[in-house]
Design a protein around this ligand. Structure first.
Ligand SMILES: Cc1cc2nc3c(=O)[nH]c(=O)nc-3n(C[C@H](O)[C@H](O)[C@H](O)COP(=O)(O)OP(=O)(O)OC[C@H]3O[C@@H](n4cnc5c(N)ncnc54)[C@H](O)[C@@H]3O)c2cc1C
Length: 226
């Protein structure tokens, strides 16, 4: 998996605070206004900073989950216009470390590759031959999110309940943003830490990773809506 931050709003905190200052007839404060807006739920001002990522070496299973995030813009490698002869594919660690599973997995991928090439050689269009392609087939996608959506994406996809591949992606995307603006790091966290220092898990007991107490343990059973 490769993740590159290819474009972004320079000085994102300042860009957000300049916009927010309009509401308060104030001046940028180096992060204080932004923190206040975040904590008070005035999240629309976070839309004034954008981040564009180029992502490659990920599975179509991952990109299908990614594009469910609707408040973002996407451009993805087309399986209609690009032929996928000899496609790259993702192998989950659970399969890679199991010799028998790995052998079976690779056999099926090889057989799909072979059948795909045969259909293309018969003159079948890529848009039809692609019906054979597996979820594991690698893809490339560009995504642009504003900070509001990116925080939401990180809250959901850095959570231990998210699937491993998209969790890895969210981590790499957050690292890229942190590299250019460390002040944003505290917002790019799983949802259990979105209200830090009040950290609690909203998942069920069976799904919770145990990193933070369940919401019912944190606030007491009687305060949690059934
Ligand atoms: C652990 C996990 C498991 C999942 N499992 C499944 C599954 O089994 N099946 C499945 O189908 N999906 C599943 N999803 C996907 C999930 O249901 C969402 O589609 C995805 O996380 C996108 O999030 P979102 O809808 O909150 O926000 P986004 O699309 O990222 O939008 C951001 C926010 O904008 C607002 N918004 C966006 N669109 C609208 C709208 N039309 N109306 C009102 N408000 C809007 C909402 O406040 C939303 O939270 C899963 C996601 C996670 C994280």
């Amino acid at each position: 998996m490769k993740v590159e931050l290819i474009n972004y709003t320079k000085n994102p905190v300042e860009a957000i605070e300049k916009a927010a200052s309009t509401c308060y007839d104030s001046q940028p404060t180096g992060g204080k206004i932004m923190k206040h807006c975040y904590k008070s739920g005035h999240h629309s001002v976070l839309e004034f900073a954008d981040f564009t990522f180029k992502i490659s070496g990920v599975s179509r299973a991952l990109t299908h989950q990614l594009v469910r995030h609707r408040m973002a813009s996407y451009a993805q490698r087309s399986q209609r216009y690009c032929e996928e002869d000899g496609f790259e594919f993702v192998t989950p660690a659970s399969i890679a470390k199991n010799e028998t599973a790995s052998k079976r997995y690779n056999e099926v991928i090889e057989s799909i590759k072979q059948a795909y090439s045969e259909l293309i050689d018969m003159g079948i269009k890529a848009e039809d031959a692609r019906m054979l392609l597996p979820n594991a087939c690698c893809s490339e996608i560009c995504v642009k999110m504003n900070l509001r959506e990116f925080i939401h994406f990180c809250n959901e996809r850095l959570c231990a309940c998210a699937q491993w591949e998209i969790r890895e992606l969210a981590k790499k995307m957050a690292e890229e943003v942190y590299r250019v603006e460390p002040a944003l790091g505290e917002y790019l966290v799983p949802k259990c830490e979105a209200h830090a220092p009040y950290c609690f898990c909203t998942e069920s007991k069976s799904r919770s990773c145990g990193r933070h107490p369940l919401i019912s343990e944190y606030f007491g059973k009687e305060t949690v809506r059934k």
